[in-house]
Design a protein around this ligand. Structure first.
Ligand code: NAG
Ligand code: NAG
Ligand code: NAG
Ligand code: NAG
Ligand code: NAG
Ligand code: ZN
Length: 443
């Protein structure tokens, strides 16, 4: 018996710590597969599709029940590297995976997070772009786009104007993926600036564009979410860390105020997938030298964890009919926060609404019946890893087959100059023209 080796084995951490360098596709796959094997009870590895060049678009799921959705456990996601030359997020997500799985059962906070949340992590949405970068560069390089030269963050359907572009395989894969889960909260990791940017990225006068911004009816929640991330990142919260670039008070900005764009992923998530998504710009330099990676991990680790916890804001529950059957596809919306495509219950009759503490009226609508209104008071923020749980019993028997599967009130093509304006104090945006000029390449 080799005692020395036994001792060594006890002293070394169980998993070889992930190194701080860039992992190309083969190495990334090897790492993800090793994690999925070593931690099979809390992970699920799957590919949601292939890139133009046939590379897998990997997603690793972490959770106490990783294989499928459980009622009451919200679905969260992180997506990085959709611009192939913005590389920090890609490595941070690999480190996040390592951190989550190696701390399960050890760190109480991470254990509770894994117990209460299903976390989907996609380190690269544009693996072809990443591999195409010849020489790391702090500014734009050819790998930003996918292999067909499409910018994937301009490639989604747009709710505000026509975006008649050829939908790319990577985009289609994400759109299909969004249909398979009820994602509640998400962030999309980029580089080239240091800021947490929240929807909308595009807009119309009804959303505030005449004031150089475009706000959602959930603007309070979005500002809070962006602030949660930025406030735990010492450099981001400064707001002016990137030299000669934009100054963002508290390290957050409305996407449109920074500069408008169409076909972006965060607007698509919020409008079509009922998922609140923000865009995180994590490094002034898009593709920094790998010696800097430990520094980026240290500056983002707390933010990445804290942001996931926000999936437990607000209220959640199931909608039942008089006979106790859960009702899928019922519209569940909060009064004065009407979404362009109304948010609906999933196949388990569940709803999840991200809301800050306060008093709200929840409006449940089933065809053929008058709207059912319920008051809810969201208590002050707790660290309970659960939204307020409130099931809703409707005073009638739902006819499941009478509820349409698809979302007829949700436009599949451009829309809505006629969106009713929602209240939001006016704050003239500054220097929109200059901002647009200087920051065209960042998001
Ligand atoms: C998986 O387990 C093997 C065998 O213990 C170990 O060598 C490897 O480093 C582990 N990898 C990961 C990513 O956990
Ligand atoms: C997490 O879940 C496991 C398995 O269900 C349970 O044994 C454990 O007590 C939970 N831990 C925490 C911190 O909630
Ligand atoms: C979209 O583009 C295609 C090909 O460029 C064209 O045939 C089609 O008419 C366009 N559709 C709209 C609605 O502009
Ligand atoms: C409830 O929602 C329905 C549409 O789903 C709408 O027609 C109705 O005005 C809403 N009621 C209130 C009080 O918000
Ligand atoms: C915390 O959440 C659990 C459900 O996950 C609930 O049973 C419990 O009452 C909550 N505790 C507090 C203090 O809110
Ligand atoms: Zn980007």
């Amino acid at each position: 018996m080799d005692c020395a080796r036994l001792w060594l084995g006890l002293l070394l951490p169980l998993a070889a710590a992930l190194d701080f360098r860039y992992h190309h596709q083969a190495e990334m796959e090897a790492f993800l597969k090793a994690v999925a094997q070593n931690y099979s009870s809390i992970t699920r590895l799957h590919s949601i599709g292939k890139s133009v060049r046939g590379r897998n678009l990997w997603v690793l799921v972490v959770g106490r029940f990783p294989k499928e959705h459980r009622v009451g456990i919200p679905e969260f996601k992180y997506v990085a590297n959709m611009h192939g030359d913005e590389t920090v997020g890609r490595e941070l997500l690999l480190h996040l995976i390592d951190y989550l799985v190696t701390n399960d059962g050890k760190a109480p906070e991470i254990t509770r997070l894994i117990n209460s949340t299903r976390i989907h992590i996609m380190p690269s949405m544009n693996p072809d772009g990443f591999e195409a970068v010849k020489k790391p560069d702090c500014f734009y390089s050819n790998g930003r786009e996918n292999n067909n030269y499409y910018d994937l963050n301009r490639n989604f359907p747009d709710a505000f104007e026509s975006n008649n572009v050829s939908r790319q395989p990577e985009t289609v894969a994400v759109m299909e993926w969004l249909k398979t889960e009820t994602f509640v909260l998400s962030a999309n990791l980029h580089g080239g600036a240091l800021v947490a940017s929240y929807p909308f990225d595009n807009g119309v006068p009804a959303t505030g564009t005449l004031h150089s911004r475009s706000l959602t009816p959930d603007d309070d929640v979005f500002q809070y979410l962006a602030h949660t991330y930025a406030s735990k990142n010492a450099n981001m919260k400064k707001g002016d860390h990137c030299k000669n670039k934009m100054n963002f008070p508290n390290g957050i900005t409305n996407g449109y105020s920074w500069y408008p764009l169409k076909g972006g992923m965060q607007d698509y998530n919020y409008i079509w997938a009922q998922c609140f998504e923000i865009t995180l710009e994590l490094s002034c330099c898009k593709y920094p030298p790998e010696e800097k990676l430990p520094f980026f991990w240290n500056f983002n680790k707390a933010s990445l964890i804290e942001y996931i916890k926000q999936v437990h804001l607000g209220v959640k529950g199931q909608v039942f009919d008089q006979n106790g059957n859960p009702l899928p596809n019922a519209i569940v919306e909060v009064q004065d926060r009407k979404h362009i495509c109304p948010y609906r219950t999933n196949k388990f009759g569940e709803y999840y609404l991200l809301l800050l503490p306060g008093s709200y009226i929840i409006n449940v609508t089933v065809p053929g019946h008058s709207p059912h209104l319920t008051k809810v008071i969201i208590p002050g923020k707790s660290q309970n890893f659960s939204a307020l749980k409130m099931d809703i019993l409707l005073p009638f028997r739902g006819q499941l087959d009478s509820i349409p599967e698809s979302n007829p009130s949700c436009p599949m093509t451009p829309l809505y100059s006629d969106l009713p304006s929602h209240s939001a104090a006016t704050k003239p945006g500054l220097f929109l023209f200059l901002v647009t000029l200087f920051h065209l390449l960042f998001k």
